[in-house]
Design a protein around this ligand. Structure first.
Ligand code: NAP
Length: 308
């Protein structure tokens, strides 16, 4: 794992360019009031890329001491450089989050240098094994489960003792396509199973820590969010065909997921626990709707059935 200091002042990259110009954090526009995470230590897994990067920057903007972690050092460093340009506190630690001993070392490092993790955003994951089932490679199929689901379990396992001792903590897990409905026309048994498992895990963990009111476990579904690489490819396709991509309308900016993540990890979402929220809905922006949902079992993972 690599060590890196928090920035004291903004620095530019050597070539003078601004990194990740595709991502510009919006000012907070939280209808519940400004979310203040000052003094909190936050770990964002998958924080070197796309949605995870936007979440990391958003939490740092809200005052948290943010640590980001994943495997790709270059991407992590780019997030840190981007934060540095904006005088935000982000540190990176390289870690394969599917390896228990590496995850334990990650948390030991954070506790030693920042303190206990009070805010945990498990964004690491990603699609894979997207072939018809008989053609899938078992190792790749399992890897999708490991990086989406097992990494979430390992991070929660490492974070919970500190949260239980301090009687407070906010955990955010990450759902995705196929968790609730079949994706027609896509081969996604691994991804759908992994994300469904993340949702079930969230619901069960919520129930298991229910007697500690300061701990919340929620899940977000960030919606279709093309990464910079996807955007380049899709733009080229659109130029070639002269037509907008059929999914362009549905595509979200990473900032959409980041805003939802910030809400779910902020005191404004305190009434919500064990819920799964999607960027495709905006009811959570209305405090009255939040209070209403909190009195119901809406937005939980439940089998619906017809009452007799
Ligand atoms: N983008 C979408 O359209 C979309 C839609 C719904 C849900 N999601 C979910 O939202 C989350 C973030 O998506 P994204 O688009 O920002 O990222 P992504 O392109 O799906 O990339 C996966 C992320 O997980 C990290 N990761 C994968 N395996 C890892 C491992 N073994 N150890 C540590 N980190 C690992 C990657 O970092 P390294 O490569 O550096 O390890 C990367 O940051 C994911 O859980 C994804 O499944 C995405």
């Amino acid at each position: 794992m690599s060590e890196q200091e928090y920035p004291d002042e903004a620095t530019e990259r050597e070539d003078g360019s601004s990194c990740a110009t595709w991502l510009e954090p919006r000012p907070q526009r939280n209808p519940h009031g400004t979310a203040d995470l000052s003094g909190k230590v936050a770990l964002v897994t998958g924080g070197g890329w796309n949605i995870g990067r936007a979440v990391a920057l958003k939490l740092a903007q809200a005052g948290a001491r943010v640590v980001i972690s994943s495997r790709n050092r270059t991407n992590l460093e780019e997030t840190v450089a981007f934060a540095r340009e904006r005088r935000l506190r982000v540190r990176h630690l390289v870690c394969d989050l599917t390896i228990p001993s590496e995850v334990d070392r990650l948390f030991e490092d954070i506790e030693r240098n920042e303190g206990r993790v009070e805010v945990l955003a498990c964004l690491a994951g990603g699609f894979g094994a997207g072939q018809p089932l008989p053609e899938t490679n078992p190792k790749e199929w399992l890897d999708v489960l490991l990086r989406n689901f097992y990494s979430t379990y390992l991070c929660c396992r490492a974070a919970l003792p500190g949260m239980l001792a301090g009687k407070k903590g906010d955990i955010l897990t990450c759902a995705g396509g196929g968790a609730f409905f079949p994706m027609v026309g896509v081969h996604a048994t691994a991804y759908a199973s992994a994300k469904a498992a993340v949702c079930r895990f969230t619901d069960q963990l919520y129930a298991e820590v229910l007697d500690v009111p300061g701990i919340r476990v929620n899940c977000m579904e960030p919606g279709l969010t093309w990464s910079p690489k996807d955007l380049e490819r899709i733009k080229a396709e659109e130029e070639a065909t002269g037509q907008p991509h059929p999914l362009r309308e549905r595509n979200h900016d990473p900032e959409d997921g980041a805003e939802l993540a910030l809400f779910l990890l902020s005191p404004a979402a305190r009434p919500l626990n064990g819920r799964i929220l999607s960027v495709d809905e905006d009811w959570w922006q209305d405090p009255e709707r939040v209070a209403y949902v909190a009195r119901t079992d809406l937005y939980r993972l439940r089998r619906t059935f017809e009452a007799e």
